[in-house]
Each structure stands twice: as C-alpha cells, then as structure tokens.
Design a protein. Structure first.
Length: 237
C-alpha cells in the first residue's frame, strides 16, 4: 500500500491525474472502473485537460461505472450515470461502446449480471479510482453488505441515504444501490482511493486502523492500493 498525502487539493488532483494518465497510456484496451461522487470530479476534469494537451488518449481504454442509485436514470440530476456522463465520458469523448454504466431504472439484478458480463468480456477491472463514504462504503459496498463475487444489489445504509441528499436537486427516497462488489474491485492491479476534506478525516483514520466495520478496510491488504489524501482528510492519522 502507498499513502500519498498532499498539502493542497490541487497538488493531490495533479498527482492523481498524472498517475492515472500514465497508467492508461501504458495499458491500452484495459478496463478501468471509475467512481462518481463529488471527490474525484476534479481528477476527471484534469484528465480531460491532459488529453486536450495531447498527453493521454482516454478512449484507449474501456470503462465500467462503479455504482448507481436504484430508481435513478440518465435524466435524473445526481444519478451516477448523469454525473459521469457530464463530468467525464462526454468531455473526454469516450465512445458509447467503450463504456458501461449501471442503469438505475432497469431491474437491478439483471443490471448486475449485465455489468458482470461487461467486466468479464474486457478481462476484468485492472485499474479503479474510488472514493470513500462517510460510513466507509466503497461504491455501494455498505457496512454489513455481503462480500460476494461480481456485482451486488445493496440495501442503502441510513448514513448513505442522509448524505446522498447532497447530490439531488429535489427530495428522493432511495433505498437500494447497485455496485461492483469489493471482490471484483480487489482483482484490479491498481486501486486508487481518494479522500479530501475534514469531513472524511474520521473514516479515513478508522479505515487505516483496519476497523473491520469499515468496508474500505478490506482493501488494505491489496498490494496495489494507493491512498490519496489531502491534509484535512489525513487529519486523524
Ligand atoms: C457515494 C457513492 C460512492 C462515492 C462515495 C463518496 O454515495 N456511492 O461511489 O465514492 O459515496 O462520495 P463523495 O465523493 O461525494 O464524498
């Protein structure tokens, strides 16, 4: 495991974007799994800028979406699909046949099987960039959720439902998520986990102490885990 702590968020974003661009450049045709959420969006913006500077071809790899709120679709502001389409896939010019994201309006179990087939057809996830929830979730691998193979339909934790309101422009009642499971993510060679801001400091501290109640702790033994924190998120280490 590598732990990278940057003094500023800008520095953190720059380091992560350059490292991700370098990996993508060296692994054309590989499958990359990207988290939505607020935290990684500046990294995606920087990757798009690096591409505009001719320093990476982001369409040289394939993409799998990490997770989605069951019940939300492309027209819903705050769905992972909408966020990733507008913040990354469209500005990066990723063709539709190079990406697959969960459809939160479709039957969740069927969506999971379809995503598993996509992952399998592209040789498994080789690189993933993840965030961490206030409750320690990764994607929607919630505390107490089963650690099964493939993709999962998960009952959302109360904290996830409460924190989730920040993404939406109106009130939502969302009780389930679909996610790539931790075991599939753990098969990636490189796992970037990113956290910024003081509000993530407690959960990052608990994760790094190996707290078994924190789903992200299960990534700690992974030899390719690279944790990227700004100074605030590293405040309880
Ligand atoms: C969200 C998503 C995750 C995300 C995490 C942190 O609910 N399900 O994929 O990484 O929680 O989100 P944020 O970066 O907005 O704090």
């Amino acid at each position: 495991m590598e732990l990278h702590i940057a003094e500023t968020r800008e520095d953190l974003v720059e380091r992560m974007a350059r490292a991700a661009a370098e990996w993508i450049g060296a692994h054309p045709g590989s499958l990359v799994c990207l988290a939505a959420g607020d935290t990684p969006l500046p990294v995606y913006a920087r990757l798009v800028a690096l591409q505009a500077e001719g320093r990476v071809d982001l369409a040289s790899v394939f993409y799998a979406g990490l997770d989605e709120w069951v019940g939300l679709g492309p027209a819903d502001a705050g769905s992972c699909l909408q966020v990733m389409r507008d913040a990354f896939y469209e500005p990066a010019g990723i063709p539709a046949d190079r990406r697959r994201v969960f459809d939160g309006l479709a039957d969740p179990a069927t969506e999971c099987r379809a995503m598993e087939r996509w992952i399998e057809a592209h040789g498994g996830i080789r690189f993933t960039l993840l965030g961490i929830g206030i409750n320690g979730h990764v994607g929607f691998n919630e505390p107490g959720a089963p650690d099964g193979e493939g993709c999962l339909v998960v009952a959302l934790d109360d904290i996830t439902q409460t924190v989730g309101v920040k993404y939406f422009d109106r009130e939502r009642t969302l009780q389930q998520g679909v996610t790539v499971g931790l075991r599939s993510l753990s098969k990636a060679e490189i796992v970037f986990l990113m956290a910024t801001g003081e509000r993530k400091a407690d959960i990052v501290g608990r994760m790094l102490s190996g707290d078994p109640a924190v789903p992200a702790s299960r990534l700690l033994p992974h030899p390719g885990l690279r944790i990227y924190l700004d100074r605030e998120a590293a405040g309880r280490l």
